[in-house]
Write a protein that binds this ligand. Structure first.
Ligand SMILES: [Zn+2]
Ligand SMILES: [Zn+2]
Length: 956
């Protein structure tokens, strides 16, 4: 279970990463000097209490503390606030940050890296063990004031401190050593034997796949318009899920920035042109770090070459005119002529060529561009001998998901070599250094902002930042040096940093352009520890990921196949428990208040198999008293074998019941608020590396919370009504006797209760109760039509009778082995409660933006501008130096207060005085999306080739 959820989630996460987010790019603006609005340490700390996650405020507090000689004290309390205590892979003790985490990205670890840099510690350094650490502040003070007691504590910690000194010495030594990257090996995980699996078949492969190296990701779409549709839709859902799950209303503008970088225009008026001129289109690249900066290339197969070329040339010309400093040049690679447009900050950086008739290539990175040209011309100079289209792996997947199927508007593929490359020492260690450099670039931005707040003007140089004590030292030296030897400087605006090796914070140089070849001993050790853990926990992750996407006005559909995992017992057990011929999983009547269902097609033959049939079966047990071999699957639940025989349980399970089990949830007013988005966040959070944190426990707790909250029932389709009724009669007799027994006379005895009653439409139903002191739990059951139902509330059975007698045609649901279905049309009561939850999440996300914006507003002291324009200028400026766009998810406007010290939201107020609408406003895109959404169904089907997972979202 755990693994396939991880799979599905990681596929979706990766796809989302690849497809990324949208928003208009901020414009430039000019700022001029005026009244200083200096921070005091106390003010900064007060601001941090309201906005503990504000990286800039953390910087200000630490830097001001440093000036006052209170760095250790403030850093200590910040460490707790950030919750930054990861455990070292190598020593099992506290380490700085997990620099190899695949899913968090540079921005997420920046706070922790900044804290380390402010404390002058390098990666691999460990703070000295603190003997007084776990004492209460009062105790701590007392001991610190008494030299003898302090000494006593230090002595007790002697061995630990000695061990720490030894480790630090070792790290220092390893730091000086050099390890060639070729000496490190990547994950030791087997690949499938693709050629064998393919068995000589020759499925149709798109020409574009044969132009792409096999270790690049590959996304192909039938039309550019469909591709843009998918990007836009996933942006919308993605952005809103982010607001909800992570309370974050910031957008990286990834797809807009990429389009700008590649000089591509895509407004709706251009759709007819693209549909006319483009046959199909592919997106490809060597790594998924799109937010920070990655190589992205587009391949177009063109129908009408002249029309296409004219239009594409005009986009280049437009880009060239759009700002100053765009450099146009021409070049040639392997005889292919190309045009390059570039700006120093990489905002525009495009290589465009026509390497073959009817083929257009656009890339934002020269090495990637060159590798693609080599592939297209069939001239691979020994480095990567194979294209994706020529690999047996891709061909095999194309036998499972044939090209041109009607379910396929687009196809997203992450190959085994791509995932291997993602985990390779070269990419991981290149990215590790880039993340460290990124932190310094952000810190230069913070230092410049502090400088500007204090002096009213932008700094002239990095040394001005060091001299004014706006920075902990000179950027570029010792702990503040670029880990790859790059030179730091201030960009032309004086407010952001540039690295000669890694570029600008907003457009970092793609990893493919700067691969490391030599690393230090410390880096090598860290990588080895990472890969050891990876081999241990993520063994089964190693499969290619293929996603098939379909987008029609009525439906979104997403499909993936998970290959049978090598040596994976969970997969095998699941395939055994759920299996057999697929059946429609939603054929029983559905009452109007059913909001969520899960249904399973159980492999009954296997599960009820007698021990002689299957030696492996754990469930069946032999009834020794009865002589014959009868199964008693309820044995583990305390049902004796004699009783099982008296009830004829065997006959009931084999002949009475069908093959399915369904769990259904009713809408209702929750007794306490279940925050569904954060539940999802909890589950998704486990993707950040360690697999161990995610397991059945969260799922069980989740299920228990849902069942406490809402009325629920279990539905079992019936095969033979007569056998089922007879079984229920026999069960009644047994329970009636059971209920009259007195089990002990103590105060807290467990009493049982049983009776039969009539439903409104006359059917017989039963109730069974358990009383424990003042608490009584009841369940109710009845056979109604073709279903046996067990419900937590009596009225559910009445609703089911009513639904059973309704004559309207029923949708039997998809045929599969497992299904989850959300029924939004029935969300009458729950929706109001959910909406309040959404509105609250939106407010939190919005308030999280206000702190950083207010601090920037403070540096922005140009009071000559009128209020509104000044506010807009602050937001634009903020977008530029934060490298992300902050917005209010409810469409509120951000306004600077008259004293210029805080930014408030027109909808949500400020962190100190928060307010919010009781439901998401009409303007809220999530609300629109939810009103538009009619059904969400997810199914799983076990096939000999693998597990097929399909998610469909129906729109109204
Ligand atoms: Zn650098
Ligand atoms: Zn707001």
């Amino acid at each position: 279970m755990r693994h396939f959820i991880q799979f599905t989630l990681s596929s979706i996460t990766l796809a989302a990463l690849l497809i990324a987010l949208i928003n208009p790019a901020p414009a430039q603006n000019k700022a001029s000097a005026s009244s200083p609005q200096k921070w005091t340490l106390e003010e900064a700390l007060a601001q941090l209490r309201l906005h503990p996650q504000d990286a800039y405020m953390q910087y200000v507090a630490l830097q001001l503390a440093r000036r006052e000689g209170r760095l250790d004290e403030i850093a200590g309390s910040l460490t707790q606030a950030i919750g930054d205590e990861p455990i070292s892979r190598t020593s099992g003790r506290r380490e700085s940050v997990d620099l190899f985490s695949l899913f968090t990205g540079a921005l997420a670890v920046q706070e922790s890296l900044q804290l380390d840099a402010m404390r002058s510690s390098l990666p691999g350094d460990e703070p000295r063990p603190d003997p007084l650490r776990y004492l209460s502040p009062a105790m701590r003070k007392e001991i610190e004031n008494s030299p003898e007691r302090k000494q006593e504590y230090e002595q007790r910690f002697g061995p630990q401190i000695a061990a720490w000194e030894q480790r630090q010495a070792q790290v220092k030594k390893r730091r000086g050593e050099t390890v060639p990257i070729a000496r490190l090996s990547g994950p030791a995980i087997k690949s499938h034997s693709w050629t064998e699996l393919l068995a000589g078949r020759k499925p149709e492969i798109s020409p574009l796949a044969s132009y792409v190296p096999e270790d690049f990701y590959f996304i192909e779409f039938r039309s550019l318009t469909k591709l843009l549709d998918v990007v836009e839709t996933s942006d919308l859902w993605g952005a809103h899920l982010f607001n909800q799950v992570y309370r974050e209303a910031r957008s990286h503008n990834t797809s807009e920035r990429l389009k700008r970088q590649l000089a591509l225009e895509t407004h709706p008026q251009l759709e007819p042109f693209y549909d006319l001129a483009v046959e199909d289109v592919a997106v490809t690249g060597s790594d998924p770090f799109l937010r920070e900066g990655s190589d992205v290339s587009l391949l177009f197969r063109v129908k009408s070459a002249d029309l296409f070329r004219t239009q594409m040339e005009s986009f280049l010309a437009n880009a060239e005119r759009s700002r100053s400093g765009v450099k146009r040049s021409e070049g040639k690679y392997l005889g292919v002529e190309y045009i390059q447009l570039t700006t120093p900050d990489r905002e525009i950086n495009v290589f465009a060529a026509y390497p073959a008739p009817g083929l257009h290539l656009r890339s934002n990175s020269l090495p990637a561009f060159q590798r693609l040209i080599e592939m297209i011309l069939g001239r691979t100079a020994g480095q990567s001998p194979r294209s994706l289209g020529a690999s047996a792996e891709f061909a095999y997947i194309r036998t499972l998901m044939p090209r041109g199927a009607k379910e396929e508007d687009g196809f997203i593929y992450l190959s085994d070599p791509f995932i291997r490359r993602l985990m390779s020492p070269q990419l991981r260690l290149t990215e590790r250094r880039r993340v460290l450099c990124y932190n310094h670039l952000r810190m230069i931005g913070h230092a410049a902002l502090l400088y500007r707040t204090e002096t009213g003007k932008a700094p002239a140089s990095l040394s001005a930042l060091a001299e004014s004590q706006c920075a902990p030292g000179l950027f570029g030296e010792t702990v503040l040096a670029c880990p790859d030897g790059g030179q730091y400087s201030l960009a032309a605006d004086g407010m952001t940093g540039v690295c000669s090796h890694h570029g600008h914070a907003r457009f970092l140089t793609p990893c493919i352009e700067i691969p490391v070849t030599q690393v230090s001993g410390v880096e090598a050790d860290e990588y080895r520890a990472f890969i050891e853990e990876y081999n241990q926990y993520w063994r089964t992750f190693f499969d290619p990921i293929a996603l098939r996407v379909q987008l029609t006005p009525k439906q979104y559909r997403l499909e993936t196949i998970i290959l049978p995992l090598i040596d994976n017992s969970i997969y095998t057990r699941m395939a055994e428990a759920l299996g057999g011929e697929v059946e429609p999983l939603d054929s029983l009547p559905v009452p109007r208040r059913n909001i969520f269902s899960v249904a399973l097609r159980l492999n009954k033959e296997k599960l009820l198999a007698k021990p002689s049939d299957s030696a492996k079966s754990q469930i069946g047990t032999v009834d020794e008293n009865g002589g014959g071999q009868k199964t008693n699957p309820l044995g583990p639940l305390g049902l004796s074998d004699t009783m099982a025989e008296r009830l004829k349980l065997d006959e009931f399970l084999n002949k009475g019941l069908g093959n399915q089990l369904g769990l259904h949830v009713y809408d209702s007013h929750p007794t306490f608020d279940l925050n569904l988005p954060s539940l999802i966040g909890m589950l998704a959070g486990s993707l950040n590396g360690q697999a161990s944190s995610f397991g059945g426990v969260e799922m069980m707790i989740g299920a228990a919370i849902i069942s406490l909250n809402s009325p629920v029932y279990v539905a079992l389709p019936v095969q033979d009504a007569k056998i089922t009724d007879q079984f229920l009669e026999r069960l009644d007799d047994t329970l009636a006797v059971e209920a009259r027994k007195r089990e002990g006379v103590s105060f807290l005895s467990l009493d049982e209760d049983f009776y039969r009653f009539q439903l409104k439409q006359g059917q017989t139903a039963r109730s069974f109760g358990l009383r424990f002191g003042p608490i009584k739990l009841r369940i109710f059951w009845a056979r109604i039509g073709n279903g046996l139902y067990v419900a937590s509330k009596q009225f559910i059975l009445d609703d089911l009778c009513e639904a059973e007698s309704a004559t309207t045609a029923r949708d039997p649901g998809p045929a599969a082995h497992a299904m989850g279905r959300i029924r939004p049309q029935n969300w009458n009561q729950t929706l109001a409660d959910f909406q309040l939850g959404w509105a609250e999440n939106n407010r939190e996300a919005c308030l999280n933006n206000l702190g950083p914006l207010s601090s920037i507003g403070r540096a922005f002291t140009d009071s000559t501008l009128p209020g509104k324009e000044r506010s807009d200028a602050v937001i634009e400026f903020a977008d530029r130096i934060q490298a992300v766009h902050s917005f209010c998810p409810e469409g509120g406007r951000y306004l600077l207060s008259p004293d210029g010290k805080t930014i408030e939201c027109s909808v949500h107020g400020s962190a100190g005085k928060p307010r919010q609408p009781i439901a998401p406003t009409e303007a809220n895109a999530l609300g629109k999306l939810m009103r538009d959404f009619a059904d969400l169904t997810a199914t799983l089907t076990f096939m000999p080739e693998g597990l097929r997972a399909v998610v469909t979202i129906d729109r109204k």
